[in-house]
Ligand binder design. Sequence first.
Ligand SMILES: [Zn+2]
Length: 407
Amino acid sequence: MSSRCRVCDGTVHEFFDFGRQPLSDAFVPPDADLDQEFFFRLATGVCETCGMVQLMEEVPRERMFHEEYPYHSSGSAFMRTHFEELARQLLKTELTGDDPFVVELGCNDGIMLKVIAEAGVRHLGVEPSGGVADLAATKGIKVRKSFFEEATAAEIHAEEGHADVIYAANTLCHIPYIGSILSGVTSLLAPTGVFVFEDPYLGDILERTSFDQIYDEHFFFFSARSVQAMAARHGLELVDVERLGVHGGEVRYTLAHAGQRTPTVEVAALLAEERERKIADLATLRSFGARVLAIRDDLTALLRRLRDEGKRVVGYGATAKSATVTNLCGIGPDLVSFVCDTTPAKQGRLTPGSHLPVRESAEFANPYPDYALLFAWNHAEEIMAKEKEFTESGGRWILYVPEVRIV
Ligand SMILES: [Zn+2]
């Protein structure tokens, strides 16, 4: 199967098919008509021209980012620190001029902009999901409830002038119409400004076989090579990269207007590493697919064995990522009794497609299960420290990235 690249119109060759998948945040009310549940074919491909890894099929965006969008950035103490540190760094290095202006695309509940606002710096968050946008506004952050594209950029420019920093975390990779975003960025960005964005890194996904980073909301899987090629199409240049440990491995990319800044040595180093690892080669990507199938078979076999031995297994964290795992592996309530999660909007509902009941966190200890399947593995350290009592009382964690194991 092939399709056209969303960035450069080159030929995209499919390398893995996850099959029929639901929307990762479409938690099902218990009384819902299950026949009405929306499914699509989740499959990944790579562009032979620019090396961009992307989904083969697009889900209409209004189905994904809406009033009830349940993900809150501030939910994790670790992530709060991550964004606050970035905000302080930007204040120190990029926002020292006269009356600087910061725009954040997909500002979520305002975790980063709060620090900018408190420093008295002019800012604007652009956020299409109404619920989290309202939450940001209550923190004293100026928010515009909309998607960001060329026309939006023109309006913001007319009202506020050029932006010295445009920032986006876990947003850009969500957006199939990325060309319009970059055109908007190019026109809104001050001549000496920077566009900084961070998203899951293809190199980490391949290295860790973290296939659950692949779900409806993640349309693109960036690498330095594909970002450099994409930037060049819009008169922008990749001038810095920084590997981040968050969300199972991300890269923070910095773009500037072409010729304005000298790229750092880290850019050349990451590009060289990617060439060496051949991360955009079909053969490399197909062998990733083979490892995903091995994890699926191992995890399914383990859960069936535990069920047959009468052990109780509970899921930990009804994450967006868990939709890919449960639906790819066919994990239903017969294998995992329920999933506990701290998000009230998910509690009392069923997980999308796999229909595992979601219960509040307190249920985890009531009583502790024999095994906990850790869907929120990117927060493993934070969670395992918090749930020390579980392991002390004999409970065990099941992890499945980069391979299935019990700890
Ligand atoms: Zn392409």
